[in-house]
Each structure stands twice: as structure tokens, then as C-alpha cells.
Design a protein. Structure first.
Length: 217
């Protein structure tokens, strides 16, 4: 802590007077979700372009220094992440065998929503060929999908993925999802055939997939 000429500790400095790089680091250390450049600029009382340049400079600096963390742009905002090459160390300390896992059925359902959104439960079930109502509830509870309205023709609730999904997947936006074109003809054929007689699924019936077949998200 700095001191004034009388030997008394100096008080907090005005936000606009703070050095931008360290100020950004201090704020990003406490965020619980990616912070947008607009929000950071407002908080730190700086032009958005100045904040954007400072964020990229920090990200480059951490990479050059080989730090164990990186500053990454995901889900429309900036946040600190541990580097992938140190994942084993982080998992050993934080997870300790208690990883939150999704079943294979949940991962498949999430993939259908991600590529077909906005999409209804019945259409997801048609693509997968099994009842997905229970799995969709799990994805909603995990915050990976959300309701975004209803389908005009049927009144069915429509679902999309969330910003939390983008954050967990390390994506800036849906346009960064892997290309699916090589698999579309088969997927379209399966859906078209199945939709001819989509059953009225029991919303409380469990998914028919093996609940023990789990994969870490």
C-alpha cells in the first residue's frame, strides 16, 4: 500500500486513475461469468476500444509468459481459464473423483438441441428415436438449455442452448460449433422417417438409455 508524504496510507484511487491492465485483472478475478467488453468499459470508466485492446494484450502476455492460466473470450465475454495442458493438475485438486457427469443420452440430446435450435422436445425425440423428456429436464436443471417460446403451428415449447453451454464448451458463439454437413443427409432421413408417427411421450417417463453410461461434459 502506498503512503502519502505524512506517512499515512493513501486511500483508494479513483477508478479512472487506475492502471487499466491490473484493474482488469482484479475485476476478472472475481467474475462468476464471462464479462463483456462493454460492461468492463463501463465499470472501469474507459472507452470500449481501449478495454478491448488491453484485454488482448493481457491474453498475449500470459501466453508469452507460459502462465498456467489464460484469458479467453467465450460466450461473448472474457474470463480466466486454466490452460488445457494443466487440466490433470486442476482435476486432481478440485474434482477428486466427484466430476459432474452427463449420460451419453444427455450428450446426444444436447447435441441435437445445439445444431437444430430452436427445437421442440418431440423433434429432439424424433431425431434420437427415444423419449428425451427426462433428459431435457436434466439439461434445463444444469442450465445448458433454456425455453425460448413456443412453436406457432403446434404450441410446443422451443429450446435453445445457453451462454453457460458456450462457456463450458469454450465457444465464442454457435458459429464455432464443428461442421455437421457430412452427417446431415443421414440425420435428415432418420428424422423424416421418425416424424411420420411421433408418439405422445409421457413427460415423466425415463429415457430408455443406460443411466450408468456417463460421460464427463
Amino acid at each position: 500500500m502506498s503512503e502519502d508524504t505524512a506517512g499515512v496510507p493513501a486511500g483508494p484511487r479513483a477508478i479512472a486513475d487506475l492502471e487499466l491492465g491490473p484493474a482488469l485483472e482484479a475485476v476478472l478475478m472475481v467474475v462468476d461469468e464471462p464479462a463483456t467488453e462493454e460492461r468492463l468499459a463501463k465499470i472501469l470508466e474507459r472507452p470500449r476500444r481501449q478495454v478491448a485492446d488491453a484485454l488482448r494484450a493481457l491474453a498475449d502476455e500470459y501466453t508469452v509468459q507460459g502462465r498456467g492460466f489464460e484469458l479467453r473470450l467465450v460466450a461473448g465475454g472474457w474470463r480466466f481459464h486454466s490452460r488445457p495442458e494443466y487440466a490433470a493438475a486442476v482435476e486432481g485438486f478440485v474434482l477428486d473423483g466427484q466430476q459432474a457427469r452427463l449420460t451419453q443420452a444427455a450428450l446426444e440430446t444436447l447435441a441435437v438441441v445445439a445444431y437444430r435450435q430452436p427445437v421442440s422436445r418431440s423433434r429432439v425425440s424424433a431425431v434420437r428415436g427415444v423419449n428425451c423428456d427426462g433428459v431435457m429436464r436434466t439439461l434445463l436443471q444444469r442450465g445448458l438449455v433454456e425455453e425460448v417460446g413456443t412453436e406457432p403451428e403446434t404450441g410446443a415449447i422451443l429450446y435453445t442452448t445457453t451462454n453457460y453451454f458456450l462457456e463450458r464448451m469454450g465457444l465464442r458463439g454457435l458459429d464455432e460449433l464443428p461442421e455437421l454437413a457430412p452427417f446431415l443427409p443421414e440425420a435428415e432421413a432418420i428424422e423424416a422417417e421418425t416424424l411420420e408417427g411421433v408418439p405422445s411421450f409421457d413427460p415423466d417417463a425415463p429415457d430408455s438409455e443406460d443411466p450408468d453410461d456417463k460421460t464427463e461434459l
